[in-house]
Design a protein around this ligand. Structure first.
Ligand SMILES: O=P(O)(O)OC[C@H]1O[C@](O)(CO)[C@@H](O)[C@@H]1O
Length: 645
């Protein structure tokens, strides 16, 4: 795989992405359906002719010269939408990069087969064909085929953008699953690693401050730091390689932008007051200079944060965590002893003699053999009835590896060190996804690399009392100690990493209950779920172009397993929760603002569906199949319960 990628700073990521897109598109030697003129020609050319060559039958074009109408799912057929651009320009380039890298890598016939399949998929995408079915023979492959067969629109552009993008990434990975020499191969791995190393400087700078926020602090400081670290996690979402079409995105700026480490310029003079009676100016705001120092960046981007619920989130998550702890402390039903017995049973190890329950009483005299053989009903309560977890936990549905994961880990560390929660569950992807999304391997890589990275540079320190600026040295020491801390959290079970199937399904989250009830139930144990990034946001809003002034809660359409925190930089045309008039002002300033990744939101829905004990029991207790997910670490063992439908 080629290790060379172009490098862009966050501010220029969009520019480069669109440049790369058009460059890449022109080098792809295949007819693209949606180019306006070609498109018209394509749909006018008849597939067959009735009664001779003189009666052409025009195929109806699915393409509509429009933005996505309100409340309709984002879809490639709206030629003035970003979904269209993404399918037309971005996705083919990402697929081409995979093909190119693997072609260079070379390999046997199975790799050739992979390349043929992927090339066909790219052509199908570019000519708006029907999806092919999966050939992989697994229960998950079968599920995908059922979903495809049940679709009304099976074409790449005609179906929802969400389904098509997920389908493409899933099919890419199918190619690896089918090729012996590519099993568990990650064609995006090098890019993700480069993106980590390209951001060492901002990580080292951020780590210097993060370590000062960890010792247990008073209420006000804790709240302020909570909010700051959530914002650090927000702006880290700019580092996304699917958005930049594989070009490395660094917070450090490109070489010619490095002068941002210079002391800040004096503030500009205040603008003249607006003339009386004049309407608010809709002129685009002057481009602001954004620092590569992550905490300064938060301040620089203050006005780009369109919804900021971080204060409310800090207050409410702490309160919910305290309440959960009280419930755990007061819970007499599931004491450790019961769990030990159940686990011992589940894993077939003998129960300690003293602890073992008394042997069952002998069958009463005269009882039939059948009755005597009745299974013993254990005295421990049924896991499916369990409604209180063993730990106060918080969940993060991760997005990108590299710098974004670093920022998420910092936030998680804060929650643990401030004793707000005792466990953080990270949800990652089972396969390479949207270029830079975190997989299990990426998670381990980032932690190890943070623990061992070496870095040193000098930057101007904060101005002294007389405005004098002294240079200070930044090293990787604090990043290293964070990395080591994270490794020990993994060993100790404070960090749990899970790669459930649902995160790579093409379904919006409001359908989780229908497609994966146990996943929904698992999420119900937590005090809050942080959903990172644009794709997660799209899934939260069911992929629709919702009313920008509507609230988050109604748009979740019943997906409320726990309080939801949505943190994303805006990279696609959907948003909710804006204050009155804001959407119109932003549109007037820049019609493409939602495609820029320059704006962000931190949104909160406090509502949560209480976890009820299940009507079904599980086989540990009676006769039905239990669902038990177990996470082992050196120092602890965690179990999540549910029951299979
Ligand atoms: O990493 P994030 O924030 O989920 O962003 C991914 C986004 O980028 C895109 O690839 C668009 O550029 C979208 O498909 C997607 O919404």
């Amino acid at each position: 795989m080629s290790t060379r990628t172009s490098k862009v700073s966050v501010s220029s990521a969009t520019r480069v992405a669109s440049k790369t897109a058009s460059k890449g598109a022109s080098s792809i030697n295949t007819k693209t359906v949606p180019d306006d003129e070609k498109d018209a020609a394509y749909y006018v050319t008849p597939e067959f002719i009735y009664g001779g060559p003189f009666i052409p039958v025009k195929k109806p074009s699915p393409f509509i010269d429009s933005i996505t109408p309100m409340n309709v799912p984002l879809q490639g057929t709206f030629t003035r939408s970003f979904a269209y651009i993404s399918l037309k320009d971005k996705l083919p380039i990402i697929i081409t990069q995979v093909i190119d890298d693997l072609s260079k890598k070379g390999g046997g016939p199975d790799v050739q087969q992979f390349l043929e399949k992927v090339t066909k998929m790219k052509n199908d995408l570019m000519t708006n064909k029907d999806y092919d079915l999966f050939t992989i023979d697994t229960p998950e492959g079968e599920k995908w085929n059922t979903w495809i067969e049940n679709l009304v629109n099976k074409k790449y552009y005609n179906n929802t953008w969400l389904f098509t993008e997920c389908y493409v990434y899933r099919r890419l990975y199918e190619g690896c699953e089918l090729a012996d020499s590519l099993k568990s191969y990650d064609y995006f791995a090098e890019k993700k690693k480069q993106s980590f190393h390209g951001n060492l400087k901002p990580m080292c700078r951020a780590a210097e401050k993060v370590v000062t926020m960890l010792s247990v602090s008073d209420k006000d400081k804790r709240k302020a730091d909570f909010m700051t670290l959530l914002k650090l996690a927000l702006w880290a979402n700019k580092c996304d390689l699917s958005f930049s079409v594989g070009a490395e995105v660094t917070l450090g700026g490109t070489e010619d932008e490095e002068d941002e480490d210079a002391p800040p310029p004096p503030p500009p003079p205040p603008p003249p007051p607006p003339a009386k009676g004049k309407r608010k100016s809709t002129e685009p705001p002057k481009p602001i200079k954004v620092s590569s120092e992550p905490f300064q960046m938060i301040l620089d981007l203050k006005d780009k944060l369109l919804v900021d619920d971080s204060g409310k989130i800090a207050d409410q998550i702490v309160t919910k965590a305290e309440n959960k702890q009280a419930a755990i402390d007061g819970n007499t039903v599931f004491k450790q002893k019961c769990s030990c017995h159940r686990l011992a049973k589940s894993f077939g190890v003998p129960i300690c003699e003293e602890e073992a329950p008394p042997p069952p009483p002998p069958p009463p005299e005269g009882a039939t053999e059948e009755a005597a053989a009745e299974p013993e009903i254990p005295k421990i309560p049924c896991p499916a009835k369990m409604t209180i977890p063993h730990h106060v936990m918080f969940d993060i549905v991760c997005d990108n590896a590299g710098y974004e994961l670093f920022a998420d880990l910092c936030f998680a560390t804060f929650l643990l060190e401030q004793k707000i929660v005792q466990m953080v569950r990270f949800h990652v992807k089972k396969m390479p996804w949207f270029v830079s999304d975190v997989t299990m391997a990426d998670f381990k890589y980032v932690i190890e690399a943070a623990g061992t990275a070496s870095f040193s540079c000098t930057v101007p320190g904060p101005p002294g009392p007389e405005g004098n600026v002294e240079m200070q040295t930044i090293t990787a020491d604090n990043l290293n100690s964070l990395g080591k801390q994270w490794s020990s959290y993994l060993d100790g079970g404070e960090f749990v990493v899970m790669d459930e199937d649902y995160w790579t399904y093409p379904h919006p989250y409001c359908e989780m209950k229908k497609y994966d009830y146990n996943m929904y139930r698992k999420l119900q144990y937590t005090v809050g779920i942080l959903f990172k990034g644009d794709l997660n946001y799209r899934k939260l809003l069911a992929g629709r172009n919702v009313n920008p002034y509507s609230g988050l809660e109604p748009n979740l359409q019943g997906f409320i397993p726990a309080p939801i925190i949505a943190v994303r930089t805006v990279k696609s045309e959907m948003i909710c929760g804006l204050s009155k008039g804001k959407f119109d002002v932003l549109n007037k300033q820049d019609p493409n603002w939602m495609r820029s990744g320059d704006y962000g939101v931190i949104q909160y829905c406090p509502k949560a569906e209480p976890l009820k004990s299940m009507t079904q029991t599980c086989s540990t207790c009676t006769y039905q199949k239990p669902f038990i997910a177990v996470t082992f670490t050196k120092r602890s063992l965690t179990i999540f319960f549910g029951a299979l439908n």
